[in-house]
Ligand binder design. Structure first.
Ligand code: ADP
Ligand code: ZN
Ligand code: ZN
Length: 804
């Protein structure tokens, strides 16, 4: 008897372990670890993942697996094991760990079919299967399951004769092309041709074509090949000699673009010194983590490219992670141009189907490099030779949802398994990473010079309080104003950066100061000019802007704050002749809009590019000579111990946009706190100075990298309940952890109410706590019952990046 160990898709503490199922005789050779199956669970039918197959079970009465959901494993052995690690690290359920590794298409509703890859292959099928495909190319999964021939089908998939199609039911229109093929047999084709009058020479040429090429051809191609119009084909279709079908094609998002092949550049001395140890770990198959520390433009990407090249030569594969926001076409182009069709791209701009297509290319080993955002770290490669994480300090590498993993940790864990290097690249590494590099845990590689030896831009820090004192009420300081004016005259380009986090527009009464709040959350509503509405960014609540103040009935109610739209208006007033391109969530939400706007700016169609975070990265245009930061400190005051670090990183990055080419660059940083070290040191582009200062502060306040953090958040509709539970949790933690651990709380979260649920938290600071995971699991265990019934919600984040 064979028994499958199955993790069922019932995310709960009690079901977070494998269940044994008997594999029925006809599925004996079919079921493999890494496949999904349908199993009975209580009175229900549920999905599950097979994690292992064993001979015997300790349980006498086992239920049987109903049917497989996949014809081949969708998770390999390494990923199955990685799920164990992920579960332990992030305290998530096993099933959650499996799900996060799969492309969303496999979680969505889809229809599954088996397709004969090519009609010529029909004869290759065993006779028992041929019958299924005699008159068609695809059959439904239901037929496959009912056939009792599953193992035969499976073999043919392995032989590449059949393939599995997942047809996702998505609203996004799938890309289809029109195919033309003969509707009749060859013999009939010949006789029908004889019947045609000699005057239909065009139609005859089409039939001649199909007599020598019977396979389907794309309509467009046929038209150009034979130099005919579509009416000729239509005539033949009407005569039922040809037929037209719609065929879905690979939704390759970059497929219609051509990439000019680039060759490896001769490395500079600094680059050679940096890449040498990396290449060595590749050829000697040693696991090592490198921090490639170098300012923007110092040639890090070229090192990534040449390291990957080496990996490909060794017959291995590589993963490159890039923050979502800088996964720009420019970035993708650099990898596509070097490695061509070997590259798959995964980012959130793709439709579910497109993502699935890219994932499938990886799984079928059609590509050997993937460039993608966070979740690409789970790319199902089986022979990894390198993992690269660019801009490693970016917080978007942390998933803020279960499983709350950090891609950097996953990368290191996978690389250990494959005995291959990880490269973390950054101009402003996270404090945690830099501290590890200094201690020798990671190997530090430094690029100190910008490639083109151009000087870093000069930076001016402007005190906006001073401006106000001297009567300047505008959002542009006099210095910035003059410089913008100067660039307009010289026809050079300016980038204006608005740090929007925590600074969005809100609606306030000028008479009584009342700010309109979300009725469900303790947070002000954000004003959207385009729709004339106010929205809550936490719960989605929407309302129209009132004409009178709900508090004092004054009519002087208006929106405040400097959203990008407001800045755009002000620019129009101050520089009426300037052409402005605005880039923010509103103008870039449509697919491809981001790229269009950037291209327009690059082509000189505007003088000023105005935008939020998303313009901080990857812009590399020769004509940008001025960068203005409108308000540097909006992020400094967030209740987050990383706010100085984030401010420093962002300012350094923005400043790096200016003067990357022949023209010298200037940067103006406007701030209300010019004395803050993160602003001064960002102005000097002094990472080492910042590191020293910030480490001191982290040490005093016992924050990472000196201490680890764990965050427990409790939420419920009743405030008393929330406080009570958080209190109990804090007490339990105190009693079970060592004296070295510090437990802060219970305290209200910085956002104390979201969607009508009150929120309290407690933070654990610790250095080494062997009992922590066990205790946190105990807490989850204990409260899970209530969470399903009473709406009590407990989330635990080991190593949180958001303390809100
Ligand atoms: P980073 O990734 O650190 O921002 P890049 O790799 O983008 O730096 O390099 C900056 C510029 O210098 C790019 O235009 C790149 O093509 C060029 N570059 C990099 N390495 C070399 C080299 N060895 N020789 C000539 N140009 C180089
Ligand atoms: Zn009022
Ligand atoms: Zn709300």
């Amino acid at each position: 008897m064979s028994v499958a160990k199955v993790i069922v898709d019932v995310p709960a503490q009690q079901t977070n372990r494998p269940f044994d199922y008997r594999i029925p005789a006809h599925l004996q050779d079919v079921i493999k670890p890494g496949m999904r199956v349908v199993v009975p669970f209580g009175p229900r039918k549920v999905q599950g993942f097979v994690i292992d197959i064993v001979e015997n079970s300790q349980f006498p009465k086992l239920r049987e697996i109903y049917e497989p959901m996949d014809i081949e494993p969708i998770l390999n052995k390494e990923l199955l094991e990685l799920a164990d690690w992920l579960t332990e690290q992030t305290l998530c359920y096993k099933i959650t760990a499996f799900q996060v590794m799969l492309p969303p298409a496999l979680k969505a509703k889809y229809e599954k079919k088996l397709k004969l890859k090519d009609r010529h292959l029909l004869k290759k099928l065993p006779e028992s299967l041929q019958a299924f495909f005699n008159d068609r190319d695809t059959i439904s999964w239901e037929e496959v399951v009912k056939s009792g021939e599953l193992s035969h089908f499976q073999k043919q998939v392995a032989n590449d004769v059949l393939e599995v199609l997942y047809i996702v039911k998505e609203r996004v229109k799938k890309k289809k092309i029109k195919m033309i093929a003969p509707a009749i047999s060859r013999v009939e084709l010949m006789s029908r041709k004889e019947e045609l009058s000699k005057r239909s020479s065009k139609q005859i040429s089409v039939m001649d074509y199909f007599l020598s090429h019977p396979e389907p051809i794309e309509r467009k191609e046929l038209l150009t090949k034979l130099g005919i119009t579509s009416s000729v084909i239509k005539g033949l279709i009407d005569k039922e000699i040809l037929h037209e079908t719609m065929e879905e094609i690979y939704r390759d998002p970059y497929g219609d673009r051509t990439f000019k092949q680039t060759m490896p550049l001769d490395l500079t001395e600094e680059q050679s010194a940096a890449i040498r140890p990396i290449l060595q770990t590749i050829s000697e198959q040693i696991h090592e983590v490198f921090l490639l520390y170098g300012v923007t433009g110092s040639g890090k990407t070229e090192i990534y490219l040449q390291s990957i090249q080496k990996v490909l030569q060794e017959g291995k594969e590589g993963i490159v992670l890039v923050p979502e926001i800088s996964l720009t076409p420019q970035m993708v182009n650099r990898f596509k141009s070097r490695f061509g069709d070997e590259v798959a791209v995964l980012h959130s701009g793709l439709s579910v189907g497109e993502k699935y297509d890219e994932w499938r290319k990886i799984q079928r080993k059609e590509v050997r490099v993937v460039v993608g955002a966070r979740s690409a770290i789970f790319a199902p490669f089986e022979n990894l030779g390198i993992i690269i994480i660019d801009e490693e300090h970016e917080t978007s590498y942390k998933q803020e949802d279960n499983p709350r993993y950090h891609a950097r940790d996953v990368a290191i864990e996978r690389a250990k398994n494959y005995r291959c290097p990880v490269i973390l690249g950054s101009a402003t590494p996270s404090l945690e990473t830099f501290a590890r590099a200094k201690k020798g845990v990671y190997k530090l590689l430094t690029l100190s010079k910008r490639m083109n030896e151009h000087n870093l831009p000069t930076v001016d820090i402007v005190d906006m309080r001073e401006e106000l004192r001297e009567g300047n009420r505008s959002m542009f300081s006099r210095l910035l104003y003059d410089k913008i004016q100067d660039r307009l005259e010289k026809k050079e380009q300016t980038v204006l950066f608005l740090n929007k986090r925590g600074h969005s527009s809100f609606v306030m009464c000028r008479d009584c100061g009342y700010v309109i709040q979300c009725p469900n959350c303790d947070i002000s509503l954000t004003y959207h000019r385009f729709s004339q509405q106010m929205k809550c960014h936490y719960c989605g609540f929407e309302a129209v802007v009132p004409t009178i103040c709900p508090e004092c009935s004054s009519e002087h109610i208006r929106y405040f704050g400097t959203g990008t739209q407001k800045v755009e208006e002000e620019l129009g007033k101050n520089f009426p002749e300037a052409k402005v391109i605005r880039m923010d969530v509103d103008t870039t939400s449509r697919k491809g809009a981001h790229e269009k706007l950037l291209n327009a700016f690059q082509e000189g169609k505007a003088d000023i590019l105005l935008g939020t975070q998303m313009i901080a990265k990857g812009l590399d245009f020769p004509n940008i000579t001025l960068v203005g930061v409108l308000s540097a400190d909006t992020m400094l005051h967030l209740p987050d111990f990383r706010s100085s670090e984030k401010t420093f990183q962002l300012l350094t990055q923005v400043a790096g946009r200016a003067g990357r080419h022949e023209l010298a660059g200037e940067v103006v940083i406007q701030t209300y706190t010019p004395e803050h070290y993160s602003i001064i040191l960002a102005g000097e582009q002094d990472f080492d100075g910042f590191y020293q200062q910030e480490m001191m502060i982290r040490k005093i306040h016992q924050y990472p990298p000196f201490y680890y953090l764990a965050l427990v958040t409790v939420s419920h509709e009743e405030l008393m309940k929330v406080i009570d539970v958080t209190e109990k949790i804090s007490k339990l933690l105190s009693s079970r952890l060592s004296h070295g651990a510090r437990i802060l709380g219970p305290v209200a979260c910085p956002i104390p109410r979201i969607n009508n649920k009150y929120r309290y938290q407690c933070i654990v600071k610790y250095k080494r706590e062997p009992k922590l995971t066990e205790t946190l699991n105990m807490i989850l265990d204990h409260y899970q019952q209530e969470s399903t019934n009473g709406g009590l919600q407990i989330t635990i984040d080991n190593n949180p990046y958001l303390l809100m």
